[in-house]
Design a binder for this molecule. Sequence first.
Ligand code: LCS
Length: 393
Amino acid sequence: MNTKDKGFNTKLIHAGVFEDEFGSATVPIYQSSTFRFKSAQDGADCFSGKSKGFIYTRIANPTIRVLEKNVAELENGYDGIATSSGMGAISSVYLALLGAGQHIVSSDAVYGPARGLLEQDFSRFNVESTFVNTASTDEILAAIRPNTKVLYVETPANPTMNITDIAACARIARENNLLLVVDNTFCSPYLQKPLDLGADVVLHSVTKFINGHADIVGGVIIAKDPEIYKRIRHSMVYLGNNMDPTQAFMVIRGLKTLAIRIERAQENAIRVAHFLKDHPRVAWLKYPGLESHPQFELAKTQMRGPGSMMSFGLKGGYEAGRSLMDNVHLALLAVSLGGVETLIQHPASMTHAGMNAESKLAAGITDDLVRFSIGIEDVEDIIEDLDQALAKV
Ligand code: LCS
């Protein structure tokens, strides 16, 4: 079905889906590592690109292609590349777009290993990196060097909830001949479409909102330009960062409810944010849906809604936060985010523990910061759980 002119929810269900000979209502799992050629010539044609036939699952697979095409359509991109994990997506993009002697400017508050991979590993291959608060265009401009090739942005940033102006970054990227890569994990294409705002590449940890059920790990990359797409697919295939067909099936299943899950989680998050902002034990709260967020206006222009992620600190700092995390019953004390269940975690000692103390502080990942991913439970229950835990702090 051609879904190009259809609405977002219709695309979620039908984009990229092919009709098989049995009329399956859902996408079949092609759990095959390899595919038979019709003839020796057909095999040669598949390898040369003359034929579009499938060859080998690390390169491409019919089930995985459905997910890739679907997400590419949701993001208004040229095509998609599914990966084993969000880090598989990030490492494939770094490998494709950076080389020895080149430089990347990145948001300072990004998912810990996305930064660690540059600082600890790509640095060994003479790739330089600078981390700045990309919410400030001045900081970005000051960091750009003659050898800068990539501007990498996570917005809202994990876990500070800082928001970066994607359109402004796209202008900077164009003027300085850089590629703009946006990690859209915190929003999903339902809330934010970076390619429409001028980004060149968008990527996701589909482990989060896109799959949404805390039962698989995966990633996806979408490129706007065919040449860039080819470069990134090459690095995914050569690194072996591919997704597995059953994993793709699970993500396709989760993806169908993306919009209704996000609407519900966001509705809950708005209620939770209002509860927390007035609570006497809360020192600060950062949620893009509150006017107190420093980039509240920017969030309204580039995000369809404020989403369901928030960070806050308690009076009493880390000790108080730890007590809160130990006393919640409904919210799971766990890393990850974007699932149907409410999760709470402490970035400084968990997701971002790999960063050194100085970098954490500079990026605003303070010791008192507690991160909350609001799920789709009944909001009264989420608030009641928080309320009783806060009373024990
Ligand atoms: N990008 C963002 C924004 C993320 O939050 C994560 C994981 C990744 C990329 C990497 O994706 P993965 O390889 O795990 O699929 N974020 C996590 C977090 O905040 N807690 O646990 C994982």
